[in-house]
Design a protein around this ligand. Structure first.
Ligand code: ZN
Length: 230
């Protein structure tokens, strides 16, 4: 508790006065450009990593950066996606995992979840990733964890695309989706590239085009084709 009070005291004395106009401007509404879904892990700090100020990132965190597939059972992640896409009109959705993820370690070692039925049930949303990762046949546990962490991002991106508003905006090309893995020790990010099916450094591209998980815009392309045909 002392750490929280000291931190808030610092905010009141230094941060708030420096940005008071920003906070007052944001008092009546927000227009974040990005919906950032990441793990609850305390070492992942989105605003710090992206030099983002108040009002820029709409953030949702849970154990394992899970996005349940769309279903009759409505949970907090689905509701947040619907609000971010349908009301806030975000331009980007990022699903961001990280190295040394406790959730991914637990998926690899299910016996560690004995006595934690809710966590075990939640992490069943990583079952597909676990199956695919197991098929890679890694000999070493560290390789297995890295592989599962990647497959989990790909799987959660698949789940994300089952959300009706996400699917609609992707079809029209008005939303971009991204699957990232943050390396805690290196302070670096690798991004899933849908074009190659692989992860690549986020900032490595010579032409400045970062790897993306966004699929082609079907309806946008169809409209253009019809315009040309007419
Ligand atoms: Zn984690």
């Amino acid at each position: 508790m002392e750490a929280l009070l000291a931190g808030f005291s610092h905010f009141r004395e230094h941060i708030y006065p420096e940005q008071q106009e920003v906070f007052e401007r944001l008092a009546s509404g927000q227009t974040p450009h990005t919906f950032f879904i990441t793990c609850a892990d305390s070492r992942v700090m989105p605003e710090l990593m992206f030099n983002a100020g108040p009002g820029e990132l709409f953030v949702l965190r849970n154990i394992g950066n899970i996005v349940p597939p769309y279903s009759n059972h409505v949970g907090g992640v689905t509701a947040a996606i619907e609000y971010a896409v349908g009301v806030l009109g975000v331009s980007n959705i990022v699903v961001c995992g990280h190295t040394d993820c406790g959730a991914m370690k637990a998926v690899l070692k299910p016996e560690s979840l004995d006595g934690l039925p809710s966590v075990a049930a939640w992490l069943r949303h990583a079952d597909t990733a676990r199956h695919v990762a197991a098929s890679h046949g890694h000999a070493h546990a560290s390789d297995c964890l890295a592989c599962l962490t990647e497959e989990n991002i790909i799987s959660q991106l698949d789940h994300l695309r089952t959300q009706p508003l996400v699917a609609t905006r992707l079809a029209h090309g008005t939303l971009r989706i991204h699957g990232w893995i943050y390396d805690i020790a290196a302070g670096d990010i690798r991004a899933f590239d849908a074009a190659t099916g692989r992860f690549a450094p986020l900032l490595s591209a010579v032409d400045g085009a970062a790897p993306e998980a966004t699929p082609p815009a079907r309806l946008g392309l169809l409209t253009q084709f019809q315009d040309v045909a007419a």
